[in-house]
Write a protein that binds this ligand. Sequence first.
Ligand code: G3P
Length: 192
Amino acid sequence: MKFFIDTANLAQIKEAQALGVLDGVTTNPSLMAKEGITGKDSILKHYVDICNLVDGDVSAEVNALDFDGMVREGEELAELHEQIVVKLPMTKEGVMAAKYFSDRGVKTNVTLVFSAGQAILAAKAGATYLSPFIGRIDDSSWDGIELIAQISHIYNVQGFKTEILAASIRNALHIVRCAEAGADVCTCPLDS
Ligand code: G3P
């Protein structure tokens, strides 16, 4: 299982990189805002700074909710650096955008996933990564780890190549249980 760090904090990314077990980074607009990074130019520069700190994939999220907007923003993000993965929401338009980018060889991360049906759709669209939100599923009194196990089973049976990227990780036990359940990647804050 790969380890990604879920932050836009450069000091924490450096610290995780120094541990020698970091495989990539996930970010989102609220994590950027938490670091005081606002405004398009600053955000785009920050993504490049992150890519220059780590060797692996760096997820950069689109803000648009419509297909054309996602494609426009995603193309701009993908051009920033070869390590950028375009992060798209799990919506009808997001799935269409994932297909658009996968047809063009651009890596994608379909995020905000809460069901196995959504996981099948994203895999059909050729998503590189799929991000089920474990902690938030637990918050709504379902079992996030069970969903990871279910998706892992489906992907194995069907031969889908999409990697399961467990997100919304809240504690160390989540990480261990994700590894048991077949997650390909776990993205966590440094303190998990
Ligand atoms: O990876 C998604 C994450 O940033 C959301 O986590 O704890 O707010 O559900 P959380």
